[in-house]
Design a protein around this ligand. Structure first.
Ligand SMILES: NC(=O)c1ccc[n+]([C@@H]2O[C@H](COP(=O)([O-])OP(=O)(O)OC[C@H]3O[C@@H](n4cnc5c(N)ncnc54)[C@H](O)[C@@H]3O)[C@@H](O)[C@H]2O)c1
Ligand SMILES: O=C(O)C[C@H](O)C(=O)O
Length: 346
């Protein structure tokens, strides 16, 4: 029995993500929460002939907490794509003013109603919204760092797609062979393609320095490519739904009665000091930066451990330099999120 809740379920990401979740036979209940159109989306998806029972939850006004409480009750996994997307000319950080309080309030409800649920945060700016979630959970005394994930899978999906194109390899075969670490915006996104010897050799023989730099830039700014093409109608939704589902599916599979750790080649943006070896890793390699996206191993819906991309994976000097740039960008975003909650009344 697995209940999944999607908060922001009627949005551009929420709808196709909910569709994919409805197709997963491991899901027995799918609770769709949104401040608009939640019942419509739920009615629509409920006609699909898979086992998951779909329920819709929409508040009647600002003070109505009953809908979110019902959506979260007994849930195992909450996926959050609630919030506003970018328009051309905006950075993800420009979304902070609106999305910070949306994530804060949703996570406070999770802390009160479903403190044991795994939480997947999609809402941008992920580099700050995940620290916001962590701080809320800490303040309310229920923080389990093994169950909080910033969803950075779209960066991995993009890296696989773009590199596959350049190397003339089926991109789906690159899953688990390359990785993306760091954060989720511009130069905090760091693709690592040099630890699988076959891929690394292929990349060395096929990619010029300029091809490699263009590849890195395209992964780092893939989001902008979509924002520009949508021309005011939002940011990535369909590829994000696929990426969010891919990560949610990893969690569902790890919840599915398996006691063995499942190696998930996908990275997630996590709070390292709460994970075994994470604090040492953060002090040793990240200059004390506490949130970082790394490939994780899951067990029973939580992080069992992560792969150390410094000692476990071979990196080139270029990749090392990219990580140093990423760390500079992450420090301020993390602090902004943490300070925001410190100054908030929950
Ligand atoms: N992590 C990533 O890789 C990634 C990728 C793409 C988009 N995003 C982010 O995901 C977010 C959503 O993008 P979208 O395109 O789906 O936007 P959207 O505007 O289409 O949908 C957002 C949905 O959230 C709902 N919502 C707003 N406030 C809410 C609240 N308090 N509670 C519940 N629902 C609420 C809205 O009603 C809407 O249905 C944006 O912040 C975007 O930047 C992240
Ligand atoms: O670019 C955005 O604003 C949305 C998302 O973070 C993405 O990477 O596509």
């Amino acid at each position: 029995m697995v209940k999944v809740t999607v908060a922001g379920a009627a949005g551009g990401i929420g709808q196709p993500l909910s569709l994919l979740l409805k197709l997963n036979p491991l899901v027995t209940e799918l609770a769709l929460y949104d401040i608009v159109n939640a019942h419509g989306v739920a009615a629509d998806l409920s006609h699909i002939n898979t086992p998951a029972v779909v329920t819709g939850h929409q508040p009647s006004g600002k003070e109505d907490n009953s809908a979110i409480t019902a959506a979260l009750k007994n849930t195992d996994l909450v996926v959050i794509p609630a919030g506003v997307p970018r328009k051309p000319g905006m950075t993800r950080a420009d979304l902070f003013n609106i999305n910070a309080s949306i994530v804060r309030d949703l996570v406070a409800n999770i802390a009160r109603t479903a403190p044991n649920a795994a939480i997947l945060i999609i809402s941008n700016p992920v580099n700050s919204t995940v620290p916001i979630a962590a701080e809320v959970l800490k303040k309310l005394g229920v923080f389990n760092p093994r169950k909080l994930f910033g969803v950075t899978t779209l960066d991995v999906v993009r890296a696989e797609t773009f590199l596959g194109g350049l190397l003339d390899v089926d991109p789906s075969k690159l899953r688990g062979k390359i990785s993306v670490v760091g954060g989720h915006s511009g130069d905090t996104i760091v693709p690592l393609i040099n630890y699988d010897s076959e891929i690394s050799n292929k990349a060395k023989s096929r990619l010029s320095t300029s091809d490699y730099e263009k590849f890195v830039n395209r992964v780092q700014f893939g989001g902008d490519e979509v924002v520009k093409a949508k021309n005011g109608a939002g940011s990535a939704t369909l590829s994000m739904a696929l990426a969010g589902y891919r990560f949610a599916e990893n969690i569902l599979e790890s919840l599915n009665g398996r006691n063995q750790p499942v190696l998930i080649p996908d990275s997630a943006y996590i709070y390292l000091p709460g994970i075994p070896y994470g604090k040492i890793f953060s002090d040793k390699h990240l200059n004390g930066v506490e949130f970082f996206s790394v490939p994780v191993r899951l067990q029973n819906g939580r992080i069992e451990s992560f792969i150390d991309p410094f000692e476990g994976l071979v990196k080139t000097d270029e990749e090392q330099k990219l990580i140093e740039v990423a760390l500079k960008g992450l420090t301020g975003s993390i602090k902004q999120g943490t300070e925001f909650v410190k100054g908030s009344k929950l």
